[in-house]
Structure formats: structure tokens, C-alpha cells
Ligand binder design. Structure first.
Ligand code: PHE
Length: 429
């Protein structure tokens, strides 16, 4: 283990880095649609409840593992449960992020491409696969690895501290434009009008799945980032701060996107189709009278998507890099190069076939992440000593000590059962 391990600079730095990981494509292309389709305000309330009761305990479990050991995901498990079956959790926590990075960066690449296309508003047909996609994927991945190569403080922390405020500013500018478009009201209603008839068992499953994807759980990220959190920092505050920023951004993204969609009279959707097919049609259509305004709004939007995706991609890349640096004694820059190459090669599977892209995405989101999350809560709830868990979460009994029994109960009983239900329903659905 390296003796001079880096740390995040303080509370704000921790929350900015974690929020950077949390705020990503999930907030922009999934949350708004889900909110609209599954009950509006009712969905948002259920989402908040799922975040509090389930995602936050999972978040804290990962944070306990990371901060307790101040080590990368595999190193952490080596300290806590050497040579046991639990090592699988360590390995899974390093493998999943690499798989995610391999296709996440492809989307980052599309966003860069569309940023440039904004200036001519000539978007053409969306072509997600092929050599051009590979070129932009390579660029996006290289930039992300470049940031990670600069270090935890000099790269990730600096980039997140700069990006998070910019992201909020950008999304608010786009929102202001969008809600003033003619007919925008219908988009606002779509997002907030509570509709209890749309609330079913599925709503809960989706809300929970989305909430923990959005908080970057089940993939070693919070373990790794928390390993850079100092002992005096408060994990509960970091978790709540991250979850709130993530939720706020998702809601703002909804109000930035849906009013424009409804104003153009288009049916709302989610995923790549929403961002790279529907919105470009709207941007191009808005340009009839004042093309430059339309270009600016479009460029700002794709810049937002690019930066939001990049603060997430650096967090995935850091998981593998931290492992190589600490367990294999490889210099950080070289470790970044290795992760770059492995991720790039793996990305070839998805970049030439949108079908495979979808399969890799579904496999990781529905299977690997949920598996990771179940193992994390079982490990912290049942294998680690209660006193150790309490010590981390309450900073030795000085913070939120009264809340601990509740949190511990959620970690031990509620979270594993809920995630298991999601896991099984993902398998059979
Ligand atoms: N929280 C991210 C999002 O909402 C999910 C994610 C993080 C995915 C990091 C990949 C890597 O997009």
C-alpha cells in the first residue's frame, strides 16, 4: 500500500466528486421520462423514498468499506475479508466499472460529435456505430483518462469542483429557454401532475433501480471515492449531499427537456433516441427564425451532456486505476494508459453494433450492479463487526449516533431484500 495516499480536500470536494459521478446520463435521459411515465410527482416522491430508505444505506455501506480501509476496492476486501469468498465483491467492483466505461464513453463520444454539429444544426441521421463513433469514443475516453492521470486532487477533484457548478448553471439556462417555448406547459404537467393510476409495483422497481444507478452504486465507485475521504469527514452528510445534488439535477434536466419536447408536439421518450434523435429535430426546428439562438442552446445542451458524462466516466476509470496503482505498484500515468487500452478494446464490442451496445448496457445495469449492491449490504450488514460499521458511520459515536440503529437496520434487512426483489424481477422481466 502506498504510504502517501491522496485525500479529497474537504467536505465540498467530497460532495462535488461524488455528485460528479452521480450526475450523468441517467439523470438526463432516463429520469425525466420515468418521472413522466410513472406518475409525475407521485413517482418523484417514491423515488425520494427509495433513495432515502434503500440507496442511501447502500451508499453508506460502500462508504464504510472504502473509508475504513483507505484502499481500492480489491485492496479493501483483502483487508476486511482476506482469502474468503467475499473477495468476489472486490473483483466484481473492479470489473463492472471497466465494462461500464467501455460503453459509457461511446455515449460521451456521441455527445462531443453533437456538440460540434450544433454549430451548423445539420445533425443528419443518428449513426451510433462505426468508425466515426469510434473516433469520438476514443477522444472522450482519452480525455477522461487524462483527467484521472492528473491525480485524485489535481485531476478528479479539480475537474469536479469546476464542472458541477457549471453543469447546474448550464441546465438552468436551458431550462429557462425551454419553459418559455410555446406549449411548454404540457411538458411541465407531464413531469409533475401526480397520477396515482400509473403507480404500480413496477414503479417501485424502476424508481429503486434508477436511484441506485444514478447514485453510482454497486460498482465500486463509492468504495473507491470514499477511500479518499478523511476520517474526520462525515459520511452521512456526504451521502445526503450527493443524493440531493443528484436529485436536483435530475429534476432540472426534466424541466429543461420535457417542455421543449411537448412544445414541438413530439412524444416523450428516453435513452439515446431522446437525446440524439428527438432533441436535434427540435433544435433544428427552432432555428427557423433565429438559427444562432438555436445553435447556442443546442451547443450548451450537448456540452452539458458531455461534461456530465465525463465527471461520471472519470469515477469509473479511477476504480481500475486505483487498483493497479495500489495492488500492482504501477505508476498512476501508466495505470491510466492500461485502463485506457482495456476499456478501448472492450468498447469495440459495442461501438460497431448498437444491438451489442444495448445488451452490454442491460447486462451491467440489470445484473452486475444489482449483484454488487446485494453483496455490499450483506457484507457490511452481516459480515463486518457492528462496532466497526458504527464507528465509520457515526465517526466514533460523535455524529448521528441516534440515527445509527435505523441505518443499520436498513442495511441489514431492508436493503438486501429490496435489492434481491429487483435482482430477480430483472432476471425474469
Ligand atoms: N450515476 C451515473 C449516471 O447517472 C451512472 C454512472 C456512473 C454510470 C458512472 C457509469 C459510470 O449516469
Amino acid at each position: 500500500m502506498s504510504g502517501n495516499r491522496e485525500h479529497f480536500g474537504g467536505r465540498a470536494a467530497v460532495i462535488m466528486a461524488m455528485a460528479g459521478s452521480a450526475i450523468g446520463l441517467g439523470n438526463i435521459w432516463r429520469f425525466p421520462y420515468m418521472a413522466g411515465e410513472y406518475g409525475g410527482a407521485a413517482f418523484i416522491l417514491i423515488y425520494i423514498a427509495c433513495s432515502l430508505v434503500l440507496s442511501l444505506p447502500i451508499f453508506l455501506s460502500e462508504a464504510v468499506i472504502g473509508r475504513r480501509t483507505h484502499a481500492n476496492a480489491i485492496g479493501a476486501m483483502k483487508q476486511l475479508a482476506p482469502r474468503s469468498g467475499w473477495m468476489a465483491l472486490g473483483y466484481l467492483s473492479v470489473i463492472t466499472p471497466i465494462v461500464i466505461a467501455s460503453y459509457y464513453c461511446i455515449v460521451g463520444g456521441w455527445s462531443i460529435e453533437y456538440f460540434f454539429k450544433s454549430f451548423t444544426l445539420d445533425f443528419g441521421e443518428f449513426s451510433p456505430s462505426g468508425w466515426k463513433a469510434l473516433a469520438f469514443d476514443t477522444l472522450f475516453l482519452a480525455l477522461s483518462c487524462g483527467i484521472v492521470a492528473l491525480g485524485v486532487k489535481g485531476g478528479i477533484e479539480k475537474f469536479s469542483k469546476m464542472s458541477i457548478p457549471v453543469l447546474f448553471l448550464l441546465i438552468v439556462i436551458i431550462l429557462a429557454y425551454s419553459v418559455n417555448m410555446p406549449g411548454a406547459r404540457a411538458g411541465i404537467d407531464y413531469l409533475v401532475k401526480p397520477d396515482l393510476s400509473k403507480v404500480t409495483g413496477k414503479t417501485f422497481a424502476f424508481a429503486l433501480g434508477q436511484s441506485f444507478y444514478s447514485l453510482s452504486l454497486g460498482m465500486g465507485i463509492i468504495i473507491t471515492y470514499s477511500s479518499y475521504v478523511r476520517k474526520e469527514e462525515n459520511l452521512v452528510v456526504s451521502g445526503v449531499g450527493t443524493a440531493l445534488s443528484d436529485l436536483l439535477f435530475a429534476i432540472l434536466a426534466g424541466f429543461a427537456i420535457m417542455p421543449a419536447v411537448f412544445s414541438a408536439g413530439i412524444k416523450p421518450s428516453a435513452g439515446p433516441g431522446l437525446i440524439f434523435e428527438t432533441l436535434p429535430v427540435i433544435f433544428a426546428g427552432m432555428g427557423a427564425n433565429a438559427p444562432w439562438v438555436s445553435s447556442v442552446v443546442s451547443a450548451l445542451f450537448f456540452l452539458t451532456v458531455t461534461v456530465a458524462a465525463m465527471t461520471s466516466s472519470v469515477s469509473v476509470i479511477e476504480v481500475g486505476v486505483a487498483y493497479l496503482v495500489e495492488e500492482k505498484n504501477i505508476a498512476r500515468k501508466k495505470a491510466c494508459l492500461i485502463v485506457f487500452l482495456v476499456t478501448w478494446l472492450l468498447g469495440l464490442v459495442s461501438v460497431f453494433s448498437i444491438k451489442l451496445f444495448g445488451m452490454v448496457d442491460a447486462f451491467t445495469s440489470n445484473f452486475l450492479l444489482t449483484l454488487g449492491a446485494i453483496m455490499v449490504v450483506l457484507f457490511v450488514g452481516w459480515k463486518m463487526k457492528r462496532d466497526d460499521v458504527r464507528d465509520e458511520i457515526t465517526n466514533g459515536g460523535t455524529k448521528h449516533a441516534g440515527l445509527f440503529p435505523v441505518i443499520y437496520f436498513l442495511i441489514r434487512y431492508v436493503a438486501p431484500i429490496a435489492v434481491l426483489v429487483i435482482f430477480i424481477s430483472n432476471l425474469i422481466m
